[in-house]
Design a protein around this ligand. Structure first.
Ligand SMILES: Nc1ncnc2c1ncn2[C@@H]1O[C@H](COP(=O)(O)OP(=O)(O)OP(=O)(O)O)[C@@H](O)[C@H]1O
Length: 279
């Protein structure tokens, strides 16, 4: 196995079974799912599909939050299940999550500063407190916010888009190799969406961070993703270069997803420019 493989899902299937007291049929959320993210080749891989197609399940499995029913998920060649303490800690730092609703990631009683203090305390972020403060400020500036204002704010005093950017800055502070972003822009309006997608593209280009970008929206995948996987009822029905797949889909379901994209999209021209810049 190549050392270059940072994160690898191999024929992963997830079946949710009901609890002892419930009598529901088991649900196969993900079937034979495979994915490779390489350490030396940062990529934005989009995972698209309609609601219930298995995207979040795949993301949660990649993060180690959900156990596959079969198949394996490996971090630097070792199955997640068998990672030792130190390797698990590296995995926890290397593979970060940015989720759909950033509000749930904040503790409302603490100022935003607390999110970063916890990271600095628990992870290897900087050698000295002064260096840590500098790294926090740099991460916040990278996502287009002003450290002096946001660090002393309470989460409710920020907009949804600002909270989402704070979560990206938090992930960035840990210098991860992969960010799993599950619908990171679905709850923000179009102009903020454009700014957040630009941060994602810049992080790939400037910090070498790969993204597993979960979305139901093929238009954003078209503009920022290198590779696109389309899930339909848990099965991967398309896989390939994002633009090539969308320009010439081979599966009827992908064609329907493309038809569902609202046109004209005010983001389209902007996002095309971002992608060209990134190339
Ligand atoms: N914890 C769970 N227990 C039982 N079934 C689940 C669980 N989580 C997800 N499912 C089911 O698995 C299937 C895939 O769900 P999943 O959330 O992965 O899809 P999704 O594509 O992310 O959907 P959405 O876009 O609505 O979030 C759905 O049928 C869902 O109801």
């Amino acid at each position: 196995m190549s050392d270059d493989l940072l994160l690898q899902a191999e024929n992963v299937t997830k079946v949710y079974r009901s609890g002892l007291l419930e009598q529901r049929e088991p649900v196969t959320a993900l079937k034979d799912f495979s994915l490779e993210l390489h350490a030396e080749r940062p990529q934005i891989v989009a995972l698209a599909g309609q609601s219930g197609s298995g995207k979040t399940t795949a993301a949660q499995i990649a993060l180690g939050f959900v156990e596959p029913s079969s198949g394996s998920i490996r971090y630097r060649g070792t199955p997640l299940r068998t990672l030792g303490r130190d390797a698990r800690r590296r995995f926890r730092q290397d593979v970060q999550a940015v989720l759909q609703d950033p509000f749930t990631a904040f503790n409302p009683v603490y100022r935003v500063r607390h999110v970063f203090d916890v990271c600095v305390r628990n992870f290897d972020v900087a050698a000295t407190p002064a260096e840590a403060r500098r790294a926090v400020a740099e991460a916040i500036e990278f996502v287009g916010l002003e450290p002096g204002r946001v660090l002393d704010a309470y989460p409710y005093q920020l907009s949804g888009g600002e909270r989402q950017r704070i979560m990206i800055a938090r992930a960035m502070l840990l210098r991860p190799r992969v960010i799993v972003a599950d619908e990171p822009v679905s709850m923000v309006d179009a102009s903020i969406r454009a700014a957040i997608l630009e941060v994602i593209v810049n992080l790939r280009r400037e910090a070498g961070i790969s993204f597993l970008y979960v979305t139901h929206d093929l238009s954003t995948a078209y503009h920022i993703a290198d590779e696109l996987l389309v899930l339909y009822e848990g099965e991967t029905v398309e896989r390939g270069d994002a633009r090539a797949v969308i320009d010439a889909p081979s599966h009827e379901y992908t064609r329907r997803l493309i038809d569902a994209v609202p046109v004209p999209d005010p983001d389209v021209r902007w996002a095309a420019e971002v992608r060209e810049d990134a190339a």
